[in-house]
Design a protein around this ligand. Structure first.
Ligand code: ZN
Length: 124
């Protein structure tokens, strides 16, 4: 998933606010950035999610700012990693680390789901 820049440098994880049509702001979007040539690109597996989010904002005429990490699981996981400084890891171990974090997150969500279902059964 992580890439090398056209200039050959490994790209590092960073976060940016993207503005669409001067109206719709999506903050904390994970990007890959090359410090050498100042270029950046979206993480490809998130492109669709961002497109969909902006389409939703347009539909609902919801101008202003949405925090992407609040509405996207992968972005939330990446942000946790970013905050803990793990983005400095080597590219290969970063991917392993990311997979691990995603699994933890999924397990947490499954636990919550199981708990909620159990609670629902007890109450119902
Ligand atoms: Zn570069």
């Amino acid at each position: 998933m992580l890439l090398f820049c056209n200039c050959g440098q490994a790209m590092t994880l960073s976060f940016r606010m993207l503005v669409f049509e001067n109206m719709y702001q999506v903050d904390l979007v994970p990007i890959l950035e090359c410090e050498d040539c100042n270029s950046y690109e979206l993480i490809s597996s998130l492109k669709q999610d961002i497109t969909r989010l902006v389409a939703e904002m347009k539909d609902q005429r919801r101008e202003g700012r949405v925090i992407f990490t609040n509405v996207n699981e992968l972005a939330a996981v990446l942000y946790d990693i970013y905050k803990s400084g793990q983005e400095q890891l080597e590219v290969s171990s970063f991917e392993a680390y990311l997979m691990e974090k995603c699994e933890e997150r999924i397990n947490l969500l499954l636990d919550l789901y199981g708990y909620a279902r159990k609670a629902g059964t007890l109450l119902g």
